[in-house]
Design a protein around this ligand. Structure first.
Ligand code: SF4
Length: 147
């Protein structure tokens, strides 16, 4: 049995509302990076966390603190999601830091099967972020909330 933890990018989960459904579907169906596990290995999802946000000057410390939500529960592998893979400029550094701090845990970059390239993914995410969106400021300032 492989005890699996998943870490998502906060930009995808917190800002853009991703529920990790594609990652979880492909874990169940053993597609994408989940196809790498031996067929007779049961895949047991222990937990999902989102990244604590871009690290500023703290380097990997924020992540090392947050990742305890998975490491304290005997995970064998931590998968960084495809959104981390495509969007995160710190993913290699994070992987190195986690592997140094938790040598018994394997870190895998990627989760679900890829249907578009990382460049296309980044372009689409950029498009979502650059659309005008209403938020609490507009409500507080009594601006028209329609559209
Ligand atoms: S550090 Fe990387 S994974 Fe975390 S929010 Fe920023 S881009 Fe996403």
């Amino acid at each position: 049995m492989a005890r699996i933890g998943i870490m998502t990018c906060s930009n995808a989960t917190q800002d853009l509302g991703c529920s990790s459904a594609s990652c979880l579907a492909d874990m169940r169906k053993r597609r994408g990076r989940f196809a790498d596990y031996p067929k007779d290995d049961t895949l047991d999802l222990i937990g999902i966390i989102n990244c604590p946000g871009c690290p500023t000057l703290t380097g990997s410390d924020k992540l090392l603190h947050r990742i305890r939500a998975l490491t304290e529960f005997r995970v064998d592998v931590i998968h960084f999601t495809n959104c981390v893979k495509a969007l995160c400029p710190f993913k290699r550094k994070y992987k190195t830091s986690l592997e140094a701090a938790f040598p018994q845990i394997k870190v895998v970059i990627g989760t679900h099967q890829e249907h578009i390239t990382d460049d296309e993914f980044r372009e689409r995410v950029k498009c979502l972020f650059s659309r005008p969106r209403k938020n609490m400021v507009d409500m507080i300032l009594n601006r028209d909330l329609e559209d």
